[in-house]
Design a protein. Structure first.
Length: 366
């Protein structure tokens, strides 16, 4: 009976985690798929809303078209080639990244660059969805309303999930004493620390271009250059400062780099157009904060729960970041981007304050 209740609780927790993503998957993948299948039996051209049922006519026309077979052959060759290249090159890169060669750090930077560019591109897209256009067009209002509702549902379900660590046999992992497990206050301080950092860093990614163009009256190419400097510093910093973090240690690295990066960040925003270069340069110093914070979590929590706790902290901080961006567009419309942008340096200061508070609140736990 006890095992049955435990199993039901585990399944319930899984459903709580999966449910928000399942809603998005159904809305943006499953429903459009069946809608597309339905359109295939009509004369719908994607523009004219009027459509008539045509049965299998479209399928007959496709199989009688020689270009269809050429396209299928080309697609098959492309898929086969990409699978081979992706696996072979991926294996060689993985081998190179784990081999002590002089160009290893350069290869790591090359592998990491697409992730940075992808985040910047997605940030620009969502800036328009959640920013200026969110409250101007009815279609965007509906989309953002759905996404915001899913975010709120995720937050509620996340609060209901039982995050107590599963008991592990002493034979596999050494059991920690109860007093060695950090309490709930430490967990929420870590969530606040990472949440404010996410808002500060991602706020630059999403809103710096708008801030430079609208508040500081910069041309678009100049504003893009400053944003590129910020993300270039993020990329180079994680490559160059990795040995420094290993030498200083996690706590000192977060203290020194976090403090210096926050000072540059705040000074750059408060100095207006004269300090934009300082704001862009702060990316070099804060580049190591996110991966180092993840290492910080590993030092706080025992190995039996560190993965669960790390995932929970990052998820909660991400939800806070999503909620912030959803409201920042409306705030900038009402107060102006120049005043609203001041929230970002405040968040960076709060991030650093919560980190210092973590080191003082309970030395035995941290």
């Amino acid at each position: 009976m006890k095992n049955k209740k435990k199993r039901v609780r585990e399944i319930t927790d899984y459903i709580k985690f999966v449910f928000p993503m399942l809603i998005l998957y159904i809305l943006f993948f499953i429903l459009p798929l069946f809608q597309t299948i339905g359109y295939s039996f009509t004369d719908y051209n994607g523009i004219n809303p009027r459509k008539e049922f045509t049965g299998l006519t479209n399928y007959v026309d496709v199989f009688q078209d020689k270009w269809f077979y050429n396209s299928m052959a080309f697609t098959g060759k492309s898929v086969l080639l990409m699978i081979l290249l992706a696996n072979v090159l991926g294996f060689l890169l993985a081998l190179a990244l784990n081999t002590k060669i002089r160009s290893r750090n350069i290869l790591r930077a090359i592998v990491f660059c697409p992730f940075v560019f992808n985040n910047v591109t997605v940030g620009f897209i969502w800036q328009f969805l959640l920013g200026r256009f969110a409250f101007s067009y009815d279609g965007w209002k509906m989309i953002n309303g759905v996404l915001f509702a899913v975010g709120l549902v995720s937050l509620v379900l996340f609060a209901m999930v039982n995050l107590k660590p599963e008991k592990i046999k002493p034979k596999t992992i050494q059991k920690k004493k109860p007093q060695d497990m950090p309490g709930a206050s430490i967990f929420w301080l870590l969530v606040l620390m990472m949440g404010f950092y996410f808002i500060g860093e991602h706020g630059i990614m999403n809103w710096m271009l708008t801030y430079c163009m609208n508040a500081l009256q910069m041309p678009s190419h100049t504003a893009s250059t400053y944003l590129s400097i910020f993300w270039g510093g993020m990329t180079v910093g994680r490559l160059v400062f990795a040995p420094v973090v290993q030498k200083l240690g996690v706590r000192k690295s977060l203290k020194y780099f976090g403090g210096a990066g926050t000072v540059l960040f705040v000074t750059g925003v408060l100095s207006g157009s004269k300090g934009v270069i300082l704001l862009s340069s702060s990316g070099l110093l804060i580049s190591i904060l996110y991966p180092t914070m993840v290492l910080f979590f590993q030092q706080i929590y025992p190995v039996s729960v560190v993965a669960t706790k790390t995932g929970a902290i990052i998820s909660a901080a991400t939800i806070a970041d999503i909620v912030f961006n959803a409201g920042f567009g409306a705030l900038s419309d009402s107060m102006g981007i120049q005043i609203s942008f001041l929230i970002l340096p405040v968040c960076m200061v709060l991030y650093y304050c919560f980190y210092l508070l973590l080191l003082r609140v309970s030395p035995s736990e941290v």
